[in-house]
Design a protein around this ligand. Structure first.
Ligand SMILES: *Cc1c(COP(=O)(O)O)cnc(C)c1O
Length: 302
């Protein structure tokens, strides 16, 4: 079954394959690097970017049941799931990290989820951390009234999602030598690498601090494909201190990139990836003649 077999998903008319655009940027050209943007941010106005690629197979697997998933207070994944629920007429439940948020006014991101019909269930941070433990998960689902729901993990990264992201690599077949993207859970990278042709490689820029991602990506590939697939590596130097952390240097880089190329630069992920690519290019990490595709995995909210 492909992702488009789920009732209604094909009717949402995703723009797939997503567009691939060349950008002319002298900072890359000077080093003999050709820069392409893989515009996954244009796949769907509401189910943006890699969230589409990861959600579509999971919505198919839900088969009309409610979908329950997990995220922080500013999670792109929660918003995409809530939007999918509204568009497809599915019930959605969001388990949100942070008991202290309950009963307070919702931030704009969670307000959007609620407006899309997502039922929000807040849990304390220690419970949230233990959510993949089966006993804890069962208790959370019971408390959220979501015992019969289809469970999609945090960030949407499970085996079905990883398999769904293979198409991203396949769409770039023969078009790029190196494909770069920002990583949260690593699910998109795990699938992308599997879809690349031999001799091509994927480069992940983690936006979270911690250096745990290599093991997570190996595990995701094992679950999705039964073993390692494709050539990939990570560069851990561009997280700017962790998720949603920023610095004036990153902000001015992103503003400048927007002005040069007319591309809205999403700050949590995409800005860090593009910044990392410029540093790597200046360091000579890419041989002259390299075609580099940067995946624009999302766009700014709202
Ligand atoms: C969720 C997200 C990612 C991270 O995807 P993972 O599969 O979790 O690594 C990257 N970019 C954007 C814009 C996202 O919203």
């Amino acid at each position: 079954m492909t992702s488009t077999d789920a009732p209604g998903i094909a009717a949402l008319s995703p723009r797939l394959p997503s567009p691939l655009q060349e950008v002319v940027d002298d900072r890359f050209e000077r080093h003999g690097v050709r820069l392409l943007l893989k515009r996954d941010d244009l796949i769907h106005p509401e189910l943006v970017g890699n969230k589409w690629r990861k959600l579509a197979p999971n919505l198919a697997a839900a088969d009309g049941r409610a979908v329950v998933t997990f995220g922080g207070a500013y999670s792109n994944h929660l918003r995409a799931t809530a939007a999918a629920g509204r568009l497809l007429g599915l019930s959605t439940v969001g388990v949100v990290r942070g008991q202290e948020l309950a009963g307070r006014p919702l931030n704009p991101s969670l307000a959007r989820c609620a407006a899309d019909g997502m039922r929000l269930h807040f849990v304390d941070r220690s419970t949230y951390r233990r959510k993949s433990d089966p006993g804890t998960l069962a208790a959370v689902l019971r408390a959220a009234g979501a015992e019969d729901a289809h469970v999609v993990p945090e960030g949407g990264s499970n085996a079905a999602a990883v398999r769904g992201c293979r198409a991203l690599g396949e769409e770039l077949d023969g078009r790029a030598d190196v494909v770069a993207l920002a990583c949260g859970t690593g699910g998109t990278l795990a699938g992308l690498a599997a879809g690349l042709a031999p001799g091509r490689r994927a480069l992940g820029i983690p936006v979270l601090k911690g250096g745990f991602l290599t093991g997570d990506i190996r595990r995701l590939q094992e679950e999705a494909f039964g073993g390692p697939r494709g050539a990939w590596s990570l560069d851990d130097r561009f997280h700017f201190g962790g998720y949603a952390r920023t610095a004036p240097e990153l902000e001015s880089f992103a503003e400048d990139f927007e002005q040069r190329h007319g591309l809205p630069v999403e700050r949590l992920y995409v800005a860090k990836m593009l910044y990392g690519l410029l540093v790597l290019t200046r360091e000579g990490a890419f041989a002259r003649g390299t075609t580099l595709a940067a995946v624009v995995t999302g766009r700014p909210f709202p």
